[in-house]
Design a protein around this ligand. Structure first.
Ligand code: HAM
Length: 425
């Protein structure tokens, strides 16, 4: 009886060996930039209490209403696979006393889970790099993290991203604005789609984020939050713009930018590309000064962002020429057991002598022909061939697998020196 094939869960992907070099390159570049700005890594669990997310992201957001992977565990606890990292980071900071009277510059990387409709650039398991800064109220830290994101793109060779910024002001100013907005939409209710009618009662600011082309005129003419900001938020926003202007970062003020999570106040921003269709937001974040208190800590100002690594990979995969990561050498060993033992000893001594060497030793035996085939398939540049005769003479044969050339003999005692030259070429 044939067994049913077990497949990966819909919207959850394997990252295969052919793709990992680009992931590693991106991660390495991001690490270097984060380090250069003095940010430290924090690692949080993937599973958290469901309440953490409903209390932070917001009960009436898409994420909490319909996208969380939640379940009841064996102890009847309500748990959720994290849909984002900010709530966990705040929970970890409170629990471990990282916030009170302290400044923290933190980052994390890892998988997040949202039950969305999968498409290019949108998955049910995806990876984010997140950055969160705690303990600073000024626009300077908002500017710092935006400048850092700009440096990510520069280091990765991306020059087609647009920075959009907006200010959501204080909760009080937003409540006043919310009423005005509801009045405006109520007066034009016939033009609202079903989703927006529902949001009118729950989360009217999110109507501004609608992508429905039929509603764009209505949205463009709606009262703007930027015209209803409290004084302090206006000054904060102006200070941010001044630093961005001074440092030569281009941006567009997008008054419709409201974000899909409830915890933001004042600065919000997104980096957007035209190259990925509807899933064009590569990186997004903002200030969230009330969240720490909301989750049970002492009031702590905070600002941060997260970027979708799958989207970065999609953008970069056609552009990046990664340096060669193929093995330099495949070592073929044919003959009795002594040949194999000596071959392994030699391979180890080469790895010690030449730390940059990428060397695969043949495992699993096989005839010369079979091993040679594997050497060719490995994409190695050279094959080293050790047999009983060669070993007896303390020699080893070398053959360039990528050029038409004769096999030559090298003395084992001089092998490391010879290879040092060869792997540079
Ligand atoms: P977010 O806007 O929900 O914000 O997600 C940030 C980024 O994660 C998005 O801009 C996108 O690149 C990526 N992303 C989101 N959902 C998916 C998906 N289903 N598939 C692939 N990529 C996705 C947050 O998560 C906030 N925690 C950001 C933040 C940190 N705000 C302050 N600190």
């Amino acid at each position: 009886m044939s067994k049913k094939k077990i497949q990966a869960i819909r919207g959850m992907n394997d990252i295969l060996p052919a793709q990992t070099p680009i992931w590693q390159h991106i991660e390495h570049t991001l690490h270097q930039v984060l380090e250069s700005y003095g940010y430290q890594e924090i690692r949080m669990p993937i599973l958290e209490a469901t309440e953490l997310f409903s209390r932070s992201i917001g009960e009436v957001t898409d994420i909490v209403e319909k996208e969380m992977f939640s379940f009841v565990d064996r102890n009847s606890d309500n748990l959720t696979l994290r849909p984002e990292g900010t709530a966990s980071c705040v929970r970890a900071g409170i629990q471990n006393g990282l916030f009170y009277n302290q400044i923290q510059r933190l980052w994390y990387i890892g998988p997040m889970f949202r039950h969305e409709r999968p498409q290019k650039g949108r998955y049910r398991q995806f990876n984010q790099l997140g950055v969160e800064a705690y303990g600073l109220t000024g626009a300077d830290i908002d500017a710092e993290i935006i400048l850092m994101t700009a440096r990510f793109w520069q280091k990765l060779g991306l020059d087609n991203l647009e920075l959009q910024i907006n200010s959501l002001g204080s909760a009080e100013a937003r409540a006043v604005y919310r009423n005005k907005l509801v009045d405006y939409f109520l007066a034009n209710e016939s033009q609202l789609d079903e989703d927006s009618k529902r949001r009118l009662n729950t989360n009217p600011l999110r109507i501004l984020d609608s992508k429905n082309p039929q509603m764009q005129n209505l949205i463009q003419s709606a009262p703007q939050l930027l015209d209803h900001l409290d004084k302090e938020s206006q000054t904060h926003f102006q200070q941010l713009k001044n630093i961005l202007d001074q440092t030569g970062i281009n941006y567009r003020i997008n008054p419709q930018l409201v974000r899909g999570l409830d915890y933001y106040n004042r600065t919000v921003f997104e980096w957007v590309t035209q190259e990925l269709g509807a899933q064009g937001t590569i990186c997004a974040g903002g200030r969230y000064d009330t969240l720490v208190e909301q989750i049970g800590g002492r009031s702590t100002p905070a600002v941060g962002f997260a970027m979708g690594l799958e989207r970065l990979v999609l953008l970069l995969e056609s552009k990046l020429q990664l340096s060669d990561i193929n093995p330099h050498i495949y070592m073929i060993m044919v003959g009795n057991e002594t040949v194999q033992q000596q071959g392994f000893a030699l391979a180890e001594s080469l790895r010690t002598a030449l730390p940059e060497l990428r060397l695969i030793t043949n495992c699993g035996g096989g005839s010369f022909k079979a091993q040679f085939k594997r050497a060719d398939k490995s994409a190695a540049k050279f094959a080293l061939i050790l047999g009983e005769d060669e070993l007896h003479k303390q020699q080893i044969a070398i053959k360039n697998l990528r050029k038409k050339s004769e096999q030559t003999l090298l003395s084992i005692s001089e092998l490391a020196d010879n290879l040092k030259q060869l792997i540079k070429e």
